[in-house]
Every structure is written in structure tokens, then in C-alpha cells.
Write a protein of this length. Structure first.
Length: 223
């Protein structure tokens, strides 16, 4: 989405004015993606800035992402990781779309961060399972999930295995444009998002909080 849920255009412009400026490749990705019919799949600029700040707070060096689209969130994170860790920064990016990730790769190359991004075009559960089987449990500092909503529980469980203690996992679209608050909406996606929210709240493995950033961002800190 181009702005966070409920924000007026004036507030979005104000946030852009007072927040750190976007890298030129980030701005180009955002603007060019907004011109496409599927622009609603893109995170907002203020959400990207939040993710960059969170990565700095926890000194993230290795992250994973499920759902790349045109690469805005990956690029925002990669710029921060490479700035903090010129050597050793790494992002595992999972997606199934050759079309969208081809565009993402171009933005990553323009920003000179493509060398730290490992793109895997395969079902994300398969990619994450291979990482776990390869002994990478606890090897990641942060994860961002922005893909099929009915798959969120599967990504949650695998992500928790990959995260270190104190690592953070973010789930996008958990407010689902307000649909989760409508009891009459029992669609598969809405039901899956509600289930994850309640599961994370009751899960002793994490400290979880839902925020109104973007279209709703569920933040889970692994204990």
C-alpha cells in the first residue's frame, strides 16, 4: 500500500518531510510501483523507514523475507544492513514470482545492495525448511512476512526456528484494511490473520504486539 491505514494525504506528506529521505532507488521503486494495478501490495514509505530503524535498534546483520514483490522492503532493509555491516550482511528473500522479482533485482542493483541479497524463487516453506535442515536455526536477527495470508502460520513457526533469541519477526497486513474487526468477515485470509494474532498473543515463545503501522504490523520478539 502507498500509505498507512487511515492516514490522510497531508499527514503522509508531512511524514515524508520529517523522516529521513529515501534512497533514490527506493523512491523510484515506490513511485513506479504505485503506477501499477497491484500497487496495494507495496508497503508504505513510513513503514519502510520504521523497518530500517528497527533493524538498527537490534543491530540486525542477517534477515529473511517472505514476499518480495518489487523489492521495496528488501531494499530498505538491505541499505540499512549494508551501512551497519559492510562485511557479512545477508538477506534471504523468498518469492515465487519471476516477473515481480526481476523488477526488484533492478532496484537492488541500482542501490548496490544486490550482493547481500539471496533471492530464492520457490515456495517459501520449502526454502525455510532447507535453511532449518542446514543448521541455520537461530542464525537470523529479523524476519519480514508479507505474502499469502493463509500461509502466515507456517511462516511463523519456521521463522521462530530461524530467529535468534531477541530476534524480531514482522507480519504485514494484519489489520487487513479493517476486515479483521468485522465479525461477519469469515473469509480464509481474514480468519488466518485473526488466528495468528491470537496465537502470537498467547505464545510464551514471543512477546507480541500489533501496531497500526502500514496495514497493521504484528511485531513478535523471540524470547
Amino acid at each position: 500500500m502507498s500509505s498507512s491505514l487511515g492516514l490522510t494525504p497531508d499527514i503522509v506528506r508531512y511524514l515524508a518531510d520529517v523522516n529521513p529521505p529515501e534512497h533514490p532507488a527506493l523512491a523510484r521503486c515506490r513511485v513506479e510501483t504505485q503506477a501499477r494495478p497491484s500497487a496495494g501490495m507495496q508497503i508504505s514509505a513510513e513503514q519502510g523507514a520504521f523497518m530500517q530503524t528497527l533493524a538498527r535498534i537490534i543491530r540486525a546483520k542477517r534477515t529473511f523475507e517472505v514476499g518480495v514483490f518489487t523489492g521495496y522492503s528488501t531494499l530498505a532493509t538491505a541499505l540499512t544492513l549494508k551501512d551497519m555491516h559492510p562485511i557479512g550482511a545477508h538477506i534471504l528473500a523468498c518469492d515465487i514470482s519471476e516477473e515481480w522479482t526481476t523488477k526488484a533485482r533492478a532496484y537492488w542493483r541500482d542501490a548496490d545492495v544486490d550482493d547481500i541479497i539471496e533471492l530464492k524463487l520457490a515456495p517459501a516453506t520449502e526454502t525455510l525448511d532447507r535453511c532449518i535442515q542446514a543448521g541455520q536455526g537461530g542464525a537470523y536477527d529479523m524476519g519480514f512476512i508479507d505474502a499469502d495470508k493463509t500461509g502466515y502460520d507456517a511462516y511463523y513457526e519456521r521463522g521462530l526456528q530461524l530467529l535468534r533469541s531477541g530476534g524480531v519477526m514482522l507480519f504485514d497486513n494484519v489489520l487487513w484494511s479493517g476486515k479483521v474487526a468485522d465479525p461477519a468477515d469469515t473469509s480464509d485470509d481474514t480468519t488466518a490473520l485473526r488466528a495468528l494474532a491470537h496465537k502470537a498473543k498467547a505464545d510464551a515463545r514471543v512477546h507480541a504486539v500489533m501496531t497500526a503501522i502500514g496495514d497493521g504490523l504484528l511485531i513478535c520478539v523471540k524470547r
